[in-house]
Design a protein around this ligand. Structure first.
Ligand SMILES: Cc1cc2nc3c(=O)[nH]c(=O)nc-3n(C[C@H](O)[C@H](O)[C@H](O)COP(=O)(O)OP(=O)(O)OC[C@H]3O[C@@H](n4cnc5c(N)ncnc54)[C@H](O)[C@@H]3O)c2cc1C
Length: 480
C-alpha cells in the first residue's frame, strides 16, 4: 500500500488532501521566492488530535517519507516549506483551547491555535499571554515555539520560552512525549528537554499541545516615541532606565527609515510621511504598563532622563506614535492594506534576524546599510527589539524590499542574508534571533556552533532516527 493510501485508511479520508490545487497553497510561506520555487508537499494532513499526528508520523516513519509541520505559513525563511516533498501536517486544524486555569494562571492549548485566539479566550479571565509577535493574528502557538519567536513585550516577559511550561510533542518515531514541568514555573530536575523545542523548527518533533504561563492584564499602558541623535544613545538610555529601576514593558529601537514602514496608516491619511527631525538616527518606542498612577510616575521619570541626560526629544504628534503602535500591536493582520506601502504589491518585506552584542548595535546598523546597498536592495530599515526580561538583549530585524517576480533580486536578497549571518558571527553574535535557521542558514551552522554542532546532530538522531522531520532545515541534508 502507498503511504498516501495508508494515511487515508489510518486517519480518515477527510483529513487527507491530495488535490494539486489544494496542495499548491502549502508550497510557500512568507519568504521571498518566485513562483518557480513554490514547493507543494505530496500530501497534506489536517489532524484534529495528537493521535492523528502520531498515526501520521508512524506511517511516515514506516515509509521513510519526510514530514513537515506548519501553522499559519507566515514564516519568513521557508521553515514550513516541504523542501523534500512528503507529508505536510497542517496544524491549524488542531486549534482548541483545552484548559484555562485562572487560579494557576495557565492555559493548555492545541499547537495550531493562533496567539490571538489564545488571548481572546484568556482575556475573559483578566489574564493575557504576553507573547505577542506582530503576526499573532495568523501565527500559531506551535510555530512560535518552533521558531523561538520574539514578542512586542520581550523586555518585560522575555521570549516564548519564558511563557512555556510544558509541551507535548510527537517524535520522528511516532512516540508522544510531554516535555516540561507541568504547571510549575521552573524545575531543576532532569535535563531541560522542553527548551530544545524552542527554535527546533519541527526537526525534533511535531508539537501538538502546550501549557503556557499567563499574566494579569495591566490596568494602564503608555506608549511614547523618543528621537535620538544616534542609535548608540538609545541603547545607553535604555541601560540607564534599567539601572534606575524602571520596569519597561516594551522597547523597540527603530532606525529612522523604518518609521516610514510602520506609520503607513499615517502617510495614507495625511498624504505625506510622518516627519522626525533631520538630525535623528534612531527612534525608540517605549511602553510602561501597570497601575495607572505608577505608570505615569515611571513615564515622567523616563521622559525627564531622556531630555536631561540624552538630549532626546519625545515625538509630540500623537498620531505618529499611535500609528506606529497600531501597526505593531493593535491592528488586524492585513499587512497589504494597512501597514505596508503600496509597493508591497510587487515588492515585499524580506529580513535577516541577526543578534549582536549590545555595545556593537550602532556599528552593526551601519554594516547592514552598507551590505544592503552593496546588493542593490531598497532598505526598509532596522529594528532592535529588547527580548530579555529587564535587561538589554536585542533581536534584530534588518529589512529590505524584495521583488518577488524578480529571481535575480531574490538571489541578491539571499546573498545579503548570508552576508549578514556571517557578519553577526564575526561580531561575536548570532545569525538568528527569532526566525531560526531553516535551510538558509544551514551552511553557516558550523561557523556559529563549532564542534557542538555534532552534538546537535546526535540529539536530532535521538528524536528522529530516520531523519524524516522537516529535512533540510538547520542541517544540510546528508547525501544531498
Ligand atoms: C507581517 C509579519 C509580521 C511578523 N512579526 C513577527 C514578530 O513580531 N516576531 C516574530 O518572532 N516573528 C514575526 N514574524 C514571523 C512569523 O510570523 C513567525 O515566525 C511565526 O512563528 C510563524 O508562525 P506560523 O504559524 O505562520 O508558522 P509557519 O510559517 O507555518 O511555520 C514556521 C516554522 O514552525 C514550524 N512549525 C509550525 N508548527 C509546528 C508544530 N506544530 N510543530 C513543530 N513545528 C512547527 C514549521 O515547520 C516552520 O519551521 C512575522 C511575519 C510576518 C509575515
Amino acid at each position: 500500500m502507498s503511504f498516501i493510501s495508508e494515511l487515508k485508511s489510518t486517519i480518515g479520508d477527510e483529513k487527507v488532501l491530495t488535490d494539486p490545487a489544494e496542495l499548491y497553497v502549502y508550497g510557500a510561506d512568507w519568504s521571498p521566492r518566485t513562483s518557480d520555487e513554490i514547493m507543494p508537499p505530496e500530501v497534506v494532513v489536517q489532524p484534529k488530535t495528537t493521535r492523528d499526528v502520531q498515526r501520521t508520523v508512524k506511517v511516515a516513519h514506516k515509509h521513510e517519507v519526510p514530514v513537515t509541520a506548519g501553522g499559519g505559513l507566515t514564516g519568513m525563511l521557508g521553515g514550513a516549506v516541504a523542501m523534500y516533498g512528503g507529508i505536510y501536517i497542517d496544524s491549524t486544524t488542531m486549534n482548541s483551547i483545552i484548559e484555562i486555569d485562572p487560579k494557576n494562571q495557565t492555559v493548555r492549548v492545541q499547537a495550531g491555535a493562533t496567539l490571538q485566539k489564545v488571548n481572546d479566550e484568556v482575556n475573559l479571565y483578566g489574564l493575557w499571554l504576553p507573547h505577542q509577535p506582530e503576526s499573532k493574528w495568523v501565527a500559531t502557538v506551535g510555530a512560535a515555539i518552533a521558531c523561538d519567536n520574539d514578542s512586542t513585550f520581550g523586555v518585560r516577559y522575555g521570549k516564548i520560552l519564558n511563557c512555556l511550561l510544558s509541551a507535548q510533542v510527537v517524535t520522528g518515531t511516532g512516540e508522544v512525549l510531554e516535555l516540561g514541568h507541568r504547571k510549575a514555573h521552573f524545575t531543576s530536575s532532569g535535563y531541560k528537554l522542553k527548551d530544545l523545542l524552542a527554535g527546533s523548527e519541527g526537526t525534533l518533533g511535531v508539537i501538538t499541545e502546550a501549557t503556557l504561563k499567563l499574566e494579569p492584564i495591566p490596568e494602564a499602558r503608555t506608549v511614547d516615541m523618543l528621537v535620538f541623535h544616534r542609535m548608540g544613545s538609545a541603547v545607553d538610555y535604555l541601560s540607564r532606565l534599567l539601572k534606575a529601576g524602571l520596569c519597561i514593558e516594551a522597547a523597540h529601537i527603530n532606525c529612522k527609515r523604518r518609521l516610514k514602514f510602520y506609520t503607513h496608516a499615517y502617510s495614507r491619511k495625511h498624504g505625506r510621511d510622518a516627519e522626525i527631525p533631520q538630525w535623528a538616527e534612531a527612534l525608540l518606542a517605549i511602553a510602561f504598563a501597570g497601575d495607572e498612577r505608577f505608570v505615569d510616575i515611571q513615564r515622567s521619570y523616563a521622559l525627564k532622563i531622556a531630555e536631561e541626560e540624552f538630549e532626546a526629544e519625545a515625538v509630540q504628534e500623537r498620531e505618529i506614535v499611535d500609528s506606529w503602535w497600531a501597526s505593531k500591536y493593535t491592528l488586524d493582520f492585513e499587512p497589504f492594506k494597512q501597514k505596508w506601502p503600496d509597493s508591497q504589491r510587487t515588492k515585499k518585506f524580506g529580513a535577516a534576524d541577526p543578534g549582536v552584542p549590545v555595545g556593537r548595535l550602532e556599528e552593526f546598523y551601519h554594516k547592514f546599510v552598507e551590505v544592503a546597498e552593496k546588493h542593490g536592495l531598497e532598505i526598509i530599515g532596522m529594528n532592535a527589539y529588547l527580548e530579555h526580561p529587564n535587561s538589554i538583549g536585542f533581536s534584530l530585524s534588518c529589512a529590505v524590499f524584495v521583488d518577488y517576480r524578480n529571481a535575480e533580486e531574490i538571489g541578491r536578497f539571499r546573498e545579503f542574508h548570508d552576508e549578514l549571518s556571517k557578519l553577526a558571527i564575526a561580531f561575536e553574535g548570532t545569525m538568528s534571533t527569532f526566525m531560526s535557521d531553516t535551510h538558509q542558514k544551514a551552511p553557516y551552522m558550523e561557523a556559529e556552533h563549532g564542534p557542538s554542532l555534532a552534538y546537535m546532530r546526535e540529539i536530532k538522531r535521538l528524536f528522529d532516527p530516520k531523519g524524516i522531520l522537516n529535512p533540510g532545515k538547520k542541517f544540510i541534508r546528508e547525501g544531498r
